[in-house]
Design a protein around this ligand. Structure first.
Ligand code: GDP
Ligand code: MG
Length: 163
């Protein structure tokens, strides 16, 4: 069966934007609960002739601020259980946050490949903003701007190379 790629990261880093840029068609939407948007969405995608399935684990986002970290832990666990490759999206405008560090710590415990994408690098002027993310200990951060589909080719090259 097709490799599964999970996209994890804090709310508002641009996971859904990235997901929609990469995915071609929505496969299914699972579940709905009060206080939780549990729309775990699966999308079919293909890059360089290699098909894969993407999961937007960011559908699991709780409404209260105090719940963000626990929902991120759930996302990361789901990704580590179900995915073949994990794309960890962080926000190059906000910079590295405590929640990023917490999730990064979890992701460092998996043997699965983790690809670190720094989103919202909208122009080369922001290129230096990616360096602090080396502190996550997850390898080279890949700058992207999901909203304008900038550098998604490099990100997807790294994803399919990890299958
Ligand atoms: P999610 O909560 O992680 O799924 O994030 P969303 O995809 O919903 O995006 C959150 C916000 O970030 C939205 O207002 C997007 O328009 C914005 N956003 C997404 N990608 C980019 C980007 O490449 N550059 C900038 N400047 N904003 C972006
Ligand atoms: Mg989202």
């Amino acid at each position: 069966s097709k490799p599964i790629v999970a996209i994890v990261g804090r709310p508002n880093v641009g996971k859904s934007t990235l997901f929609n840029q990469i995915g071609k068609k929505r496969i299914s939407i699972v579940d709905d609960m009060p206080g939780v948007t549990r729309d775990r969405i699966y999308l079919d995608a293909v890059w360089l002739g290699k098909p894969f399935v993407m999961i937007d684990t960011g559908g699991i986002e709780f409404s209260g601020d105090d719940k963000i970290l626990s929902s991120m832990r759930d996302q990361a666990k789901l990704a580590m259980d179900e995915a073949d490759v994990i794309v960890f999206v962080v926000d190059g405008r906000t910079g590295l946050t405590t929640s990023d560090e917490e999730v990064g710590k979890m992701l460092r415990t998996t043997k699965k490949p983790v690809i670190l994408a720094v989103n919202k690098i909208d122009s080369p002027k922001q290129d230096n903003d990616i360096y602090e993310f080396y502190n996550l200990g997850l390898g080279d951060p890949i700058p992207i701007a999901a909203a304008n589909a900038l550098n998604l080719g490099d990100l997807l090259d790294a994803v399919v190379a990890a299958f």
